[in-house]
Ligand binder design. Structure first.
Ligand code: ADP
Length: 956
């Protein structure tokens, strides 16, 4: 605000017009209109206004006599009153710009020129150098700014470019004013929409859209009006519809539903009417007349309708054309004026309601997210309770803490004595105590105990290691080097933030090829949400120039390096600070992330340039986090070229998202990194024999990926026809399913399970099983849909063949990478199939669950760690998801169907059970969908694990 005001003032000095004052004049009337929404006026206001009027219009002129010689301008009253008169004075003799003026104009505006603009000719106070103008201070003002213009020369007196300002009382606060502007904008939009809608309706005629009074089809009349006359707008009338030879609702239907809209559905389905069999009409094989009474809308020129059975399960939409009946519109000007006003009020109310609902949703979501975070912590504690737990369960600052330790579940099981060494805040707190000898368990019990007298108030973590003794010769249980850390609740100190920099070549949604992109974004958001500082460095691809999400890119720096100039831009993406590195040698002038035969060379160059950028900007992050072969170079280059040359602080975290690509680079980064992770525990186990990691297993961890529940959220997903949550899952998915079927051109009977695949089509993803599943699903009476892209033309050819052979009503194939369609797939499918041969983590199964599609997966890698078979894995699910060893008491949390083998029979074993459940026990199937939607596959838990690994990596 300050900047624009200064700019305005500066222009004024140059002798130019202060256009802002004039343009903003328009706002004034509107802002006045908005006063009704402001509840601030009080009885004190009326009095203040009256006082202001008395002083401004009373003896204000006399005040010029007592003003000091150094004052150029002032107002009466000195502190203005919103919505009251005022008088503005200027001393022309004291102003170089005005001294010789034949006429002077006072110009001003309120609240940074956003309302209350004025422009008034000034009058001389006779016998003095003073001139004045009377103004009315805007009702919504909280401050006023003004300047003076010499009418002859257009030079301005603007208080040395600062403008003159006066405080205003009894108006809104700046925050309230911002609200008023928002409400004004809502009014304006509602008005424009109402006008556009009514204008369209007024100009519509029934003949334009081909609506008649009857509809003939199959040699029969299908629709008719009472006397063969057009219906009349605003009247109550009947509409007849002929069900002859139409299976809808069955032969013995007793009622049908007419879904009615008007004027080519301008406002969607507006009403539903129950239809009954018409009496007194012919009844034979060509005549089976049904009728309902309809109050025709006063705005109607066309009545549109479709018919469904009473359960709204089967529909007749006249072969997608819907039914139309002509209406004679008899509305006069007065009627239209009333309609216009009603529509405005309706749209305004809807917009306000939407804002309120969004606020409520955000509050609810924040509460849910906080609760999910808390549960993630508690599950983590529960899962280690067989070794260590405390009383209270979550350590409380300022309270004593009793610690229970079971040596029998550790490698100290041989020792008679157990000593506990405790500390706080990852051992950084001065209050760490001496080792304590723990009290051995009583007969028949297992846990040793010790008491921490008081958890310090400024602690956020308690830390423990256990040992068989003290000093030399003692053996330690330090949890494989990570120590035992328990978060403290209620402390008054904040944990110190880590500074984490990701260097990667993919990031969702701006540069997404696969799961790597999602992970970079989601882990960054999760770690940032936990209070840490996160930055991401990416190559600047040419396609970023067309990205609407990157419109706000700004220049950051440039430098010469690597035989070219490196330009760096920055932008906030998904709430994250991103930097884009662009070598001016056109290395990244590409339309895709991968695909050139020098990808390796380009990405190595990028990694070094990214490090160079960090070094030149004097950054000292705690962690450099690089990903897969494409940014593996960071680990080696940092330790060889930068660690001894400026950037000394960082440690390197390296994540392998897929072990199958670029193994030489992976090995090199494993060697140079201080921690290597892969994206699920099972995958870590599966690949632990690989030469890439097997020499470094002591620093190799599996942490499963999560999904970002705010990015994948059917409740706010704009790609869906109807937003939904676990409560409205059935309706939401039905709407998505209808849209999906229509997008994929599927016309088969509707009430069948839809099995879907969203995948890159490569051997890894179990291509042969996907193909088999398509046939098998159809053979079992289901429908099969696939969204996938195959980089290998041979595989693509095979799928083209499959699509052709199955083409028809019950399958749909879309061969592309299509983000919006993927959302519709997850929402529209009942079942999502992921039959991967290997799967480091996999995101699709977690996204499916969030959208209420039941996953059917091959139990490998991350699929095994996230999908738990409803028939076989109740115990494992309870432990992994809830930290419970008693699912019967704590509840069944299984969530899908899985199989082990790689053959078709294995897949059928899982898919058949899932389809059977759909066919035989729909209610249970729906409850499973709901349970899946409510499970937390976010980053809450993995982020805690990463945080812990980051701390370990920097030696805390
Ligand atoms: P991978 O990284 O091996 O491809 P993941 O399951 O980890 O597999 O991640 C796949 C991600 O890519 C998911 O977000 C999924 O929705 C998305 N995806 C896969 N294929 C397509 C496609 N054809 N169109 C749109 N999104 C896709």
């Amino acid at each position: 605000m300050m900047a624009s005001r200064a700019a305005c003032a500066a222009r004024a000095v140059d002798g130019g017009r202060c256009g802002r004052a004039r343009r903003r004049g328009a706002v004034r009337a509107e802002a006045r209109g908005a006063a009704r929404v402001s509840a601030r006026a009080s009885s004190g206001t009326a009095e203040a206004r009256s006082d202001a009027e008395t002083s401004a219009r009373g003896d204000a002129l006399a005040q010029t006599a007592s003003v000091g010689a150094d004052v150029k301008a002032f107002t009466v009253p000195a502190t203005l009153v919103a919505g009251a008169p005022a008088r503005v004075f200027v001393n022309v003799d004291a102003s170089g710009a005005l001294r010789e003026a034949s006429g002077v104009t006072a110009l001003g505006g309120c609240n940074g020129w956003r309302c209350g603009a004025f422009e008034r000719s000034m009058t001389r106070v006779s016998g003095t150098p003073w001139m004045y103008a009377d103004i009315d201070v805007d009702e919504n003002a909280y401050e006023m700014t003004y300047v003076f213009k010499n009418d002859g020369t257009s030079a301005y007196e603007n208080n040395d470019s600062r403008d003159f300002t006066a405080a205003v009382e009894h108006g809104p606060t700046p925050e309230e004013f911002a609200e008023i502007l928002k409400l004004l904008a809502i009014d304006e939009r509602a008005r424009a929409e109402a006008n556009a809608e009514v204008d369209r309706e007024m100009s519509m005629t029934s003949s334009d859209v081909g609506a008649g009074v009857t509809l003939e089809k199959y040699g029969r009349t299908i629709v008719k009006t009472p006397n063969g006359e057009p219906l009349s707008s605003g009247s109550k009338t009947q509409v007849f519809w002929n069900k002859a030879q139409n299976p809808i609702g069955g032969a013995d239907a007793t009622s049908l539903i007419m879904h009615v809209g008007y004027n080519e559905w301008i406002r969607g389905v507006e009403e539903k009417f129950t239809m009954r069999r018409a009496s007194g009409e012919a009844q034979d094989e060509n005549n089976d007349w049904w009728v309902c009474d309809i109050p025709v809308s006063p705005t109607a020129s066309v009545l549109n309708f479709v018919i469904s059975d009473a359960d709204e399960q089967s529909w007749d939409n006249n072969d997608k054309e819907n039914f139309r009946v002509a209406v004679k519109n008899v509305a006069d000007e007065d009627v239209w004026a009333v309609i216009r006003e009603l529509r405005f009020e309706e749209k305004r109310a809807a917009a306000l309601r939407a804002i309120k609902e969004e606020k409520e949703r955000l509050a609810r979501r924040a509460k849910e997210a906080a609760k999910a975070k808390q549960i993630a912590i508690e599950v983590g504690l529960k899962q280690q309770a067989f070794i260590i737990y405390t009383e209270p369960k979550v350590p409380q600052a300022g309270q004593p803490l009793k610690v229970f330790y079971n040596k029998n579940n550790t490698h100290l099981n041989w020792s008679q004595d157990i000593h506990m060494t405790g500390g706080f805040n990852r051992w950084t707190h001065a209050g760490a105590g001496e080792p304590l000898k723990m009290t051995p368990p009583k007969e028949g019990e297992e846990f040793y105990t010790a008491v921490v007298p008081s958890v310090p108030n400024d602690s956020w973590m308690v830390d423990f290691v256990f040992s068989s003794g003290i000093g030399e010769g003692a053996q330690y249980d330090n949890r494989g080097g990570r120590d035992y850390h328990l978060p403290v609740s209620g402390g008054n100190a904040k944990k110190p933030p880590l500074h984490v920099v990701h260097i990667a070549v993919e990031m969702a949604p701006i540069a997404k090829v696969g799961g790597l992109a999602d992970v970079v974004t989601a882990i960054s958001r999760a770690i940032q949400d936990n209070g840490h500082q996160v930055e991401i460095i990416l190559p600047k691809y040419q396609f970023f120039n067309n990205s609407v999400l990157l419109g706000g890119r700004e220049y950051e720096t440039h430098f010469d390096w690597g035989g070219t100039t490196i330009r760096v831009e920055k932008c906030i993406v998904e709430g994250l600070q991103c930097f884009f590195v662009e070598p001016q040698n056109n290395m990244f002038s590409t339309d895709s992330v991968y695909g050139r035969n020098d990808d390796g060379e380009r990405f190595n160059f990028f990694c070094n340039a990214a490090l160079e950028f960090l070094n030149r900007t004097a950054r000292q992050p705690d962690i450099l986090h690089c990903h897969d072969w494409s940014s593996a170079e960071v680990a080696r280059a940092y330790w060889q070229h930068y660690h001894h040359n400026g950037m000394h602080k960082p440690k390197v975290a390296f994540t392998i998202h897929n072990m199958n690509y670029g193994q030489a680079k992976l090995s090199e980064a494993v060697h140079h990194s201080q921690m290597t992770t892969t994206v699920s525990r099972s995958y870590a186990g599966e690949v632990s024999g690989s030469s890439v990691v097997n020499g470094n297993l002591q620093k190799f961890y599996g942490v499963r990926n999560g999904i970002d529940p705010d990015i994948w959220d059917p409740e706010i997903d704009n790609f869906l026809p109807m937003k939904y949550n676990a409560e409205t899952c059935v309706q939401g998915k039905a709407a998505a399913r209808a849209e999906l079927r229509s997008r994929l051109g599927m016309s088969g009977w509707d009430d069948k399970p839809i099995v879907g695949v969203v995948s890159r089509l490569t051997a890894q993803k179990g291509v042969h099983l996907i193909k088999h599943a398509a046939h098998h699903t159809l053979a079992r009476g289901g429908q099969f849909v696939l969204l996938g892209s195959a980089p290998d033309p041979k595989i693509q050819g095979e799928f083209n063949g499959l699509a052709n052979s199955l083409s028809g009503d019950d399958s749909g194939f879309f061969f592309a990478f299509d983000e919006p369609l993927s959302h519709l797939m997850y929402a529209g499918c009942d079942i999502i199939l992921v039959p991967s041969m290997f799967e480091p983590c996999g995101l699709t199964q977690m996204i499916s669950m969030r959208y209420g599609a039941v996953p059917v997966v091959r139990a490998t890698g991350g699929l095994r760690d996230t999908v738990f078979d409803v028939d076989n894995e109740k115990e494992r699910a309870a432990w992994e998801i809830a930290g419970s060893s008693d699912w019967k008491t704590d509840g069944d949390v299984t969530n899908g169907f899985s199989f082990e083998g790689t053959d078709e029979g294995s897949l059928d074993y899982a898919l058949d059970r899932c389809l059977d459940a759909f066919y035989n026990d729909r209610e249970w199937f729906r409850s499973l969908q709901k349970r899946d939607m409510l499970q937390d596959w976010s980053w809450n838990k993995p982020a805690l694990e990463y945080e812990e690994l980051y701390f370990k990596c920097i030696g805390q």
